[in-house]
Write a protein that binds this ligand. Sequence first.
Ligand SMILES: Nc1nc2c(ncn2[C@@H]2O[C@H](COP(=O)(O)OP(=O)(O)OP(=O)(O)O)[C@@H](O)[C@H]2O)c(=O)[nH]1
Length: 382
Amino acid sequence: MSIQYSNDEPLAGSYGVVDSFPKDFGYGVEESDMEGSESQSDSKPRILLMGLRRSGKSSIQKVVFHKMSPNETLFLESTNKIYKDDISNSSFVNFQIWDFPGQVDFFDPTFDYEMIFRGTGALIFVIDAQDDYMEALARLHLTVSRAYKVNPEINFEVFIHKVDGLSDDHKIETQRDIHQRANDDLADAGLEKLHLSFYLTSIYDHSIFEAFSKVVQKLIPQLPTLENLLNIFISNSGIEKAFLFDVVSKIYIATDSSPVDMQSYELCCDMIDVVIDVSCIYGLKEDGTGSAYDKESMAIIKLNNTTVLYLKEVTRFLALVCILREESFERKGLIDYNFHCFRKAIHEVFEVGVSAHRPSSHQVNMQNMKTVTRNGTPRAAV
Ligand SMILES: Nc1nc2c(ncn2[C@@H]2O[C@H](COP(=O)(O)OP(=O)(O)OP(=O)(O)O)[C@@H](O)[C@H]2O)c(=O)[nH]1
């Protein structure tokens, strides 16, 4: 059995109505948690993809979560209904992505936008940077101001999209202009508190994955803990950079606090692709059963510039990908021991999310991590 991807599922009726919303985002790693009933999946927190027609919303969703190749998006048909994509069966990221048709009409009585915005974690507004964006800016303003009135907790994210067609100077100028105009419109409407984040994106490179990573990270309450764990892990293991990846989407859920450079991120994404592709071809049993990604999954790639890439399974959806020097990799035993502590801590972090009754095992995790070894001699974890 290979890694599975969920199928798109159009909502019944033109606009979906959701009855109840969880207060918090449920990021679990337990199998049982992932197999919710239809009604459970309806109440999952959501990320909305909105924007004008042909701005690239469906393409983003397909490329990031369904491994569609960018060129294939040329043949995507226009979306006529809201598409509810529940990706939690295949991914660590336990939410729904709702892809809206370009022409959503807030004055349409069947569009219950209050209900929709109330259960929303992030609203991504996609602007086609290759097109005249004045109409898109007006639509952005209308959309975010409506949404903010219903739910001021929403994270508002603006993807300045299709920037592959622009020169570097043009990209920066477009971002500056859109940023300025959008914020001026908000200021004129007395909505200074409404914060918009801007990203330059394209499905033809890794920028769309990076932007989506940042959007998702803002919705993960455990993010500071994950960052701390990664910091402790890398500093005690001689690792330069480590990413915690959602394997299916190649979104990074967390990284250590050193700055992210695009090249390192791309390298790690490519490694995941190679590992999963090879594993799909040669890693399954003869009868085709088994999984391309499981507890045994790990890979080491040595590059010709004395850099080593090291991938290990953390949970059935997450992988840790590290970048380190060849000299540091000589102490692989130490790294593996520290990884063992790290993995255990990650599992405990997400058990907290699953069983709300347990007291702060966040502290337990941090204690466990402190037992990682600095000089090659493993100490027993307390
Ligand atoms: N150059 C370029 N083209 C893109 C990019 N993303 C999407 N496109 C193209 O834009 C066109 C429209 O994409 P869709 O994903 O169908 O747009 P949409 O916003 O879902 O459109 P509606 O369903 O009508 O609302 C397609 O031909 C895509 O190939 C990008 O990053 N760069």
